[in-house]
Design a protein. Sequence first.
Length: 286
Amino acid sequence: HAKESGGNQYQVFSEHMNVRAMERMTLESELRVALEEDQLVLHYQPQLGLTDHTLSGMEALVRWNHPRLGLLLPARFIALAEDSGLICALGLKVMEMAVAQIAAWRALGLSVPRVAVNVSPMQLRSELVDEIAQILAQHDVPAACLEVELTESALTADGPAVNGLLQALRDMGVSIAIDDFGVGYSSLTLLRRLPISALKIDRSFVSELPANRQDIAIVEAILNMAHCIGLRTVAEGIEHTEQNVTLGVLGCQEGQGYLFCKPRNAEDTTAWLTTTTAPKLARAPV
Ligand code: C2E
Ligand code: MG
Ligand code: MG
Ligand code: MG
């Protein structure tokens, strides 16, 4: 039998088509609806200075408030969005929501130095720069409040084009972080060639600190190199105090993780910002 799969296209299903593929198709057409009906929401996770625990930024993390399945994490739908070509629309929506949130916090007088937004490699088209500029202008938000997080795979994709695009973002004042640093195909040439502002050390190098001597050596080397070429450093996935302390001693500047705060919705994040002042944070990370 045939089933509508969005637009006026029809997709023929074989009896043998497996359940997973069916689910995927259903989810894809539901994602189209989700984009129109504002079912996507952003959660925010604070990034803190590792020695003083002052707020240095927030990472925006998308969730899908699915009418049938509840709140879905990106692992359930980002790859699907990439495969189906919906990622650009999704990414634009995310950017729009994040910048609107920055404007809302600014209007409330809440100080969030910057918000980091994850950007898929497939969003790195020439239009992206204008799209971001327009969203920032619409909400009267300075570009310096925005950071774009890209994985290493995004940066190796298409050398010259990506380089120009990132340079345009930097010229505008947007900062650029390499996400999950160390697990992709990182080439040191990339770091020299591209206008990067920060490295986010992947959680896998953090999780076994401080017991794993090898990981200590790797993290130390990453930090030394990053600081020598003027990059900010952020450690991901800090869950334990010992990890925080070790990273602090090694000189990592910032970190995020469940130890400090889990990602929370906008409302709870605003409440957290309202009740959590920097001095309070310095005494006791929440
Ligand atoms: P990421 O950018 O590396 O984000 C960090 C992930 O680690 C988030 O998972 C976060 O909730 C989780 N995390 C934070 N602290 C801890 C911790 O202490 N321990 C552990 N175990 N995990 C921690 P989440 O929100 O499920 O996002 C997963 C990935 O999905 C992100 O990894 C990012 O690559 C992607 N993603 C999220 N939002 C977006 C988006 O708006 N657009 C795109 N293209 N990708 C996104
Ligand atoms: Mg990220
Ligand atoms: Mg990451
Ligand atoms: Mg990660």
